[in-house]
Design a protein around this ligand. Sequence first.
Ligand code: PBG
Ligand code: ZN
Length: 326
Amino acid sequence: MAFPIHRPRRLRRNENIRRLVRETNLSVDDFIYPLFIEDGENIKIEIPSMPGIHRYSLDRIDEELDEVVELGIPAVLLFGIPSHKDAVGSDTWSEEGIIQKAIRHIKKNYPQLYVITDVCFCEYTEHGHCGVLHEHDVNNDLTLENTKKQVVSHAKAGADMVAPSGMMDGVVKAIREALDEAGFSNIPIMSYSAKYASAYYGPFRDAAESAPAFGDRRTYQMDPANRREALREVALDIEEGADIVMVKPALAYLDIISDIRKNFNLPVAAYNVSGEYSMIKAAGKLGWIDEKKVMMETLTSIKRAGADIIITYHAKEAAKILKENC
Ligand code: PBG
Ligand code: ZN
């Protein structure tokens, strides 16, 4: 006979008691902020479908970095838009590639910031696919060879961590071996382990000019209908040497985050992707939702599901709110 002895509302009567029993607290410590860096000069272009998010050239990126550091966001995730694309994405392993230049700039001027690089090819290939093409599909093992060159080049430029996002089989093992051989055994790998073939990436592809010129990514990214397969992908990545595993997107995949949290002991990251960001921004602009509240609720839900780390375009805004509330 639970009621009237048990009254859960007793623990909700005011903010003090709610604070004491709160199970999930968001913190700026949870956030990684993605940056789009474009080769060229004097560039600061707002991405139309992602209000508040810009592409910067390196000569203008400091205004963004100053803010990130000032807000106490621990890490950035770099995406590059190169001046030149080719069939294989050779800018990704060039010493003068856009990401290599960006890493050197940031580590020199903001040494306290942790720099993570997205490791893929789609922004750097003319065809927009995430690797080397062979017979109209991405060839897995040829792509691994180029990935090794890419990560060693990022490490040499000073990257703190690499994050492979191409969903090639065996990529974590290939990266671990390449980094160790080159003397970078201390650089961790955050693997996009369970990355789904999602329509939520749409705004990102505008931002990074990385939409595939033909077809889609369903031969390498996961089928959104699959749940058990995510555990298999994560188990393989851990065996191969991943230090952090990621689920992407986040919001439509909270069950996957929760499953991975329950089954493994590594830190779990979730990528709150571009489309998730854009939907909140659009509905906020229309006045249909309270944008800031929905943002905080969404980020909290991702953490509650089991994410230790949230990669999010909301990082600066959320950090500001968390700061005001302390
Ligand atoms: C590239 C990459 C994508 C995202 C991160 N890395 C897009 C894709 O797979 O097409 C998506 C990020 C976002 O939507 O915010 N491999
Ligand atoms: Zn890609």
